[in-house]
Design a protein around this ligand. Structure first.
Ligand code: 0GZ
Length: 304
């Protein structure tokens, strides 16, 4: 099938630089996606955007170029609940990729078992309205209760303004809960203002809640962008991410978010995104927890 990209779509950055920051041995890119290719794995009819293709081979080449050892491939909303592209990437990775799926309540126990065998260790619930249609909370809770016995976790994606309304649902989830991109704080607001304090409280009061301190390129308002060799990109995001890393060092993950769906303004150089890491995790110990120990505990517990 032939697909036409959403008008204005920004393609992922070809020829990223080599990071100056040397990743610790065994580092995991704990949030990235594959898109199609559409001819092999068609995009879902209910999708809100049509991306450029981003194949597993291209993802694995980026992994090796940047110096990561492993990937966590998160189901992208443009594939809906058709997990074939993500599963194919996990299966082709020689054990170097695990996955996070999107499932509906109609999924059978056998299908869940098959996903587990392929390397899936979590499901994603998305509350960002521009990306997905609403799914009733009772359906999500039913799914969470079914995946909990598999040892899986729930990944949640939402925007900071929606946390108050979602709080009771999130705190009722029976598994580890991993927040995508720090719950998308508005970094033009104060770091000690009510909105980000609520997110910190969410993590402080719920020891099962983890956060990805990823996507500065989405959250930044004032930059500078990770382009043209910039070694101190997205400075306005740094205090927010660093606070989460320092306060909850055992419950944070980092990922490139490659191939960066829906960016409107610029496409970052992924090598320079890796150079963002030491700004938010300034010590070797924090870096090891963020990039190795924590993702390994969540996605490859049998090796820990
Ligand atoms: O902010 C986004 O547009 C976005 C979209 C998706 C997806 O479509 O799955 O995933 C992300 O991590 C971020």
């Amino acid at each position: 099938m032939q697909f036409e990209k959403t008008p204005g779509w920004l393609d992922w950055y070809a020829g990223p630089s080599k990071p100056r920051f040397t990743l610790p041995a065994g580092a995991v890119d704990a949030h990235c996606h594959v898109f199609g290719p559409g001819a092999e794995f068609p995009y879902a009819p209910e999708r809100k955007y049509t991306p450029c293709d981003a194949s597993k081979a291209q993802l694995f080449a980026l992994r090796d170029h940047l110096g990561f050892a492993r990937n966590v491939v998160v189901q992208a909303t443009c594939h809906g609940a058709d997990n074939r592209a993500m599963v194919d990437a996990c299966k082709a990775s020689n054990g170097k990729a695990r996955g996070v799926a999107t499932v509906r309540r109609s999924i059978t126990d056998q299908e869940l078992q098959d996903l587990h065998a392929a390397g899936v260790r979590g499901v994603r619930f998305n509350f960002v309205k521009r990306l997905v249609d609403f799914t009733p909370k009772d359906e999500l809770l039913e799914i969470a209760n079914r995946i909990a016995p598999l040892g899986w976790h729930v990944v949640i994606y939402f925007e900071a303004v929606d946390l108050p309304e979602l709080w009771d649902f999130f705190t009722a989830l029976p598994t580890t809960v991993v927040v995508d991109h720090m719950g998308r704080p508005d970094v033009s607001k104060p770091i000690d203002g009510p909105e980000f304090e609520l997110f910190v409280k969410f993590m402080r009061e719920n020891p099962n809640v983890w956060s990805k301190v990823s996507c500065p390129e989405r959250l930044s308002v004032t930059g500078p962008k990770a382009l043209d060799g910039e070694q101190h990109a997205y400075r306005d995001v740094v205090p927010f991410a660093r606070r989460i890393v320092e306060q909850f060092p055992d419950r944070v993950l980092w990922g490139t978010d490659w191939p960066h769906p829906n960016l409107k303004d610029h496409m970052p150089d992924d090598g320079l995104l890796v150079d963002f890491i030491p700004h938010i995790a300034p010590t070797a110990e924090l870096q090891r927890k963020l990039l190795v120990d924590n993702p390994m505990r969540l996605y490859w517990p049998e090796e820990c």
